[in-house]
Design a protein around this ligand. Sequence first.
Ligand code: FMN
Length: 233
Amino acid sequence: MNPLDRTKLFFGSSLLVAFVLFLVSALPSQALEMANRDKQSSPCPSSAKILIGYYSKYGSTRQYALWLRERIPSDLAELSHDEPDLSRYDLVVIGSYVRMGKIAASSFLKKNWPLLREREIILFTVSGTPPDHPALAESYKRSIPSEIRSRMIHHALPGRLIQKDLSLFDKILLYFGRTFEKDEAIRKTMLEDYDYVRRENVLPLISDIQKIMQSRCDRNRMESIVNPSSTDP
Ligand SMILES: Cc1cc2nc3c(=O)[nH]c(=O)nc-3n(C[C@H](O)[C@H](O)[C@H](O)COP(=O)(O)O)c2cc1C
């Protein structure tokens, strides 16, 4: 082979090697891009089943539950009447008013803990005490055992109280309650009408629910890639 042919052969094979190297390096990023495109376009392999259960005496907790339901596909249950089958749900959102320092849903949480502990749980409380007041954190701690608290997300939402709508018994309770109450901010909530119930107060809750659903979806998608035969119930 003359020197010219050898040079041609050298350059030709170098070009071929460079081309193969380019293909090998481009493929993984292309595959990644395709996977990402799939991730964005394909629906979630399994959407979570959600229950919104609530306790509400004068309607503010119920109002929040209804606003949530408008944004989150879910079943709705009034827990003082209905007995939903909790085993059917992946995520249980519980709404509860606060009364005489106690979270109304605390007995429900304790009674159903064996079933609830297997699921994602979010509690939202609705109170006269402002959500950032230490007395509310105290009520939360006192009403709900630490094991349950540690497994649950809690949102405190501001409530509503209209004196003329209260039952006689509740008027009397508040009357005596405020004679013992030393904290001026709390005393005010027992004396005066207030209504802080606003649609936008549920936005942080919606964002938490969506995060839980998204991470569940990602987990299922990963499982269906690793083990295609596995089906989510
Ligand atoms: C008799 C009575 C006792 C209450 N006790 C408390 C309390 O201890 N702490 C508190 O933050 N709010 C208390 N509240 C305020 C309620 O939590 C608030 O009005 C709430 O919005 C009621 O929810 P609902 O409309 O879903 O019944 C009390 C209200 C009443 C009528």
